[in-house]
Design a binder for this molecule. Sequence first.
Ligand SMILES: NC(=O)c1ccc[n+]([C@@H]2O[C@H](COP(=O)([O-])OP(=O)(O)OC[C@H]3O[C@@H](n4cnc5c(N)ncnc54)[C@H](OP(=O)(O)O)[C@@H]3O)[C@@H](O)[C@H]2O)c1
Length: 252
Amino acid sequence: MAVSFLLEGKVALVTGGSQGIGEAIARAFAAAGSHVVVAARGEGKAASVAESIASSGGRAEALRLDVADPASVSAAFKTIVEKHGKLDILVNNAGITDDGLILRMSKESWDKVLATDLTGVFLCAQEAAKVMLKKRVPGRIVNITSVVGLMGNPGQTNYAAAKAGVIGFTKALAREIGSRGITVNAVAPGYVETSMTDGLSEDQKKSLVGQIVLGRLGTADDVAGAVVYLASDAAAYVTGTCLNVSGGLYIG
Ligand SMILES: NC(=O)c1ccc[n+]([C@@H]2O[C@H](COP(=O)([O-])OP(=O)(O)OC[C@H]3O[C@@H](n4cnc5c(N)ncnc54)[C@H](OP(=O)(O)O)[C@@H]3O)[C@@H](O)[C@H]2O)c1
């Protein structure tokens, strides 16, 4: 059988698909042939991404979803199953930061980041596993973590804890549902130019680039390529791994 990176006939959900890395993943999935559900809290932005994909010949729809809200997650999965009868691929991409040094970090800031970046991954993966197991699809779950979860970063104890948690979660879930043909992997981007990193000053960017082996910040498409691979048949024998897409910022 030929190696295939295509996603023809697949239904994929990309959380946080309305901009940045999630949008690039949604566009790459549609280009690979899958139907993409572009989900975010802001339905307007998700709808314009879905419309833009459709206008260039892809298949996409928008869905309102707050990954930190269990009722919203369960409603979103119900909608997908009612409409498509299955879910083949889940990309847990939605994420936020709320940086601060430990002495000044509020419990609210800690809870907010953990709720979206870690509990949101649990809630969506749990719903996806239910659907994939019931429909007996060889499902794919890809969790977007960060090199910050592997190497730490001052001012991001909440984010680093959440993202390191995602890696442990990925490994445990891979062991739990692998026997049913579902793979679970993580992708750890380094510094990628999106609204999340807009706040970096030119000096900070220059200093970061100095630490990156490949000599540049990442693009959202750099990350999307890794996610398409893990979602495709080409990665059928890959599970429980964390693929580092940081241009060599972190080499573990
Ligand atoms: N940019 C980087 O350098 C970098 C590096 C490593 C890892 N990452 C990770 O990559 C992922 C995407 O980052 P990005 O840079 O593309 O961020 P971004 O441009 O800020 O986009 C975040 C996306 O997540 C959505 N979102 C946020 N909270 C949500 C929630 N509770 N429920 C549903 N959707 C939610 C946002 O839409 P709404 O606000 O409308 O919901 C938006 O679509 C994140 O998990 C991030 O931690 C990014």
